[in-house]
Design a protein around this ligand. Sequence first.
Ligand SMILES: CC(C)(COP(=O)(O)OP(=O)(O)OC[C@H]1O[C@@H](n2cnc3c(N)ncnc32)[C@H](O)[C@@H]1OP(=O)(O)O)[C@@H](O)C(=O)NCCC(=O)NCCS
Length: 170
Amino acid sequence: MSSFALELLDATHDRKGFHSGLDAIDLYLKETARGHTDKGVSLTWVLVNPDAAPPKPILGYFSLTPCMVEAAGWPHVPKGLPRNPVGAVLLGRMGVAKSIQGVGLGTRLLALARRISSDSLAGTGRIGMVVDAATVELIGFYEKFGFRRITPDSRRLFLPTRSLVQPPGD
Ligand SMILES: CC(C)(COP(=O)(O)OP(=O)(O)OC[C@H]1O[C@@H](n2cnc3c(N)ncnc32)[C@H](O)[C@@H]1OP(=O)(O)O)[C@@H](O)C(=O)NCCC(=O)NCCS
């Protein structure tokens, strides 16, 4: 696969030109992601062509934010977790431009989100990554990468910290 650059969202990126096919994902990028990134509420990372000139087309993006979860009883969480909320990282949004979906960019974005989360959690201690699948169909996408539903009928999925970094070639 050709090379891409992962950058923190800023004014050089063409947020309005991004279309993933899911309105909530597109709207968040257009209207909310910049403000949240600037304020440190959450960080949005965008995948761009390294040679692109501003306004740089966004090929895909994801947003990460710390969160608190009541995780006792979830699959893959350590036994004996406190009953009160514990820290995790939320993969809040993720999307790939519609015109280039299906060629592996979603896989690459998820791997990058996992790597960044793993690096940041190493210094702070959190139990893993949480994601809320936007549709029932998307549950399969995340399960493919090791996420497990927190209950059989939930759209929330979880990946423990120890599984965040994939072995080479995975
Ligand atoms: C979901 C999304 C990020 C996947 O990105 P992508 O670049 O198309 O994914 P990839 O090409 O890396 O596909 C990886 C695998 O996931 C599968 N997959 C892709 N989209 C899927 C979906 N919507 N549901 C279930 N599986 C899906 C692919 O078939 C592929 O499986 P394979 O390896 O067995 O062939 C992208 O389709 C997208 O942006 N959709 C609209 C926005 C969205 O739904 N965001 C997620 C919100 S929770």
